[in-house]
Design a protein around this ligand. Structure first.
Ligand code: AMP
Length: 310
């Protein structure tokens, strides 16, 4: 990752799923819960940076969520509206809320989606390829007018299983990979995280953020140095869906808002990621992220500073 800094507020493009989820937890259930990697990412990054979203929705996507994204300041010029049904995902959490089973995935409008970036998106300096088919991630990357200053990527077990070659192709072209612990091990066929990280850095991304759910995040910086951040211990985890995407939103949002890609600032970005993830899990969908003010997120960030000071 280039070690340069300029103090300006950069645009941050995100492509990823925009979804209607059905979430079942041990104590509650929400059908038609708006989600998707790009939605959680955008709602988490919006208090920090100017987000430009690329995705597709069907005729069943609620207008209220379009308004929520607009109110958060997210640029939706790259959100296509299609005739079919929105991407749908259904999952059930285990008693401990750390594990979940995917019960259903329907790509629907994502099956034929060919992203077309509005001209103003193509000049942006920061790009995040959130979880979606690797071929779509690649299509967005290729439409950028110039190589963005920072390209981040997330993926999941499904794409490691069924689209590994495309995933490796896009991975070779990114600076940061934000990935779950289990997926990092699956991708590299390793049992040890440190060895997995070394292998991933050989595949392309020099900065790696390994998300470990309630155990926080482990970051391997651009120079290979390790940084470990906790998750905020909470007594009111309602719905963990989107925690990883909110983490990525806080992380990338901080880097885009500061323009500082130094190793120290990457560490602060990890705490910003943890901050936004901790808000996300306190309610269903993006309900807790909606309407968050800069003061509120600053206060939550300071709780992390207190938590780790000794
Ligand atoms: P997370 O909890 O951060 O892993 O993200 C959960 C979100 O990922 C949900 O809102 C789902 O709609 C979305 N999702 C689930 N499966 C997929 C998939 N195969 N491709 C893209 N997004 C997905």
């Amino acid at each position: 990752m280039p070690n340069t800094s300029d103090q300006s507020n950069h645009n941050l493009v995100v492509v990823g799923s925009v979804a209607v989820d059905w979430v079942i937890t041990p104590s509650a259930e929400r059908k038609d819960s708006v989600g998707g990697a790009a939605v959680f990412f955008a709602m988490a990054a919006a208090p920090l940076a100017k987000v430009q979203l690329v995705g597709v929705v069907g005729h069943d996507f609620p207008q209220g969520s379009i308004s929520d994204l607009e109110h958060a300041g997210v640029d939706l010029a790259g959100l296509e509206r299609s005739d079919g049904l929105t991407f749908r995902w259904k999952g059930r959490y285990h008693e401990n809320m750390n594990q979940r089973d995917t019960l259903e995935t329907h790509l629907n409008v994502f099956e034929d989606f060919a992203p077309k970036l509005p001209q103003r998106y193509r000049e942006s300096d920061f790009l995040f390829l959130a979880n979606i088919q690797p071929s779509l991630q690649l299509a967005v990357l290729e439409q950028m007018d110039k190589r963005p200053r920072l390209v981040g990527l997330d993926t999941m077990n499904l794409w490691i299983d069924i689209a590994r070659d495309e995933l490796l192709r896009v991975l070779a072209r990114v600076d940061v990979l934000a990935i779950n612990q289990e997926e990092a091990l699956q991708l590299t066929e390793e049992y040890n995280l440190v060895r997995a990280a070394a292998k991933i850095r050989e595949l392309g991304p020099k900065t790696l953020v390994i998300k470990r759910g309630e155990y926080g995040a482990l970051c391997f910086g651009p120079d290979g140095s390790m940084f470990c951040a906790p998750a905020l211990p909470l007594d009111d985890v309602v719905d963990p869906t989107g925690a990883g995407d909110s983490f990525a939103g806080g992380f990338m949002g901080h880097l885009a808002s500061t323009g500082d890609l130094s190793g120290d600032n990457v560490r602060r970005a990890v705490i910003w990621g943890s901050t936004m993830a901790s808000c996300c899990v306190q309610d269903f969908s993006y309900d807790r992220l909606r309407g968050l003010t800069r003061d509120q997120v600053d206060a939550r960030y300071r709780r992390f500073v207190d938590l780790t000071r000794f």
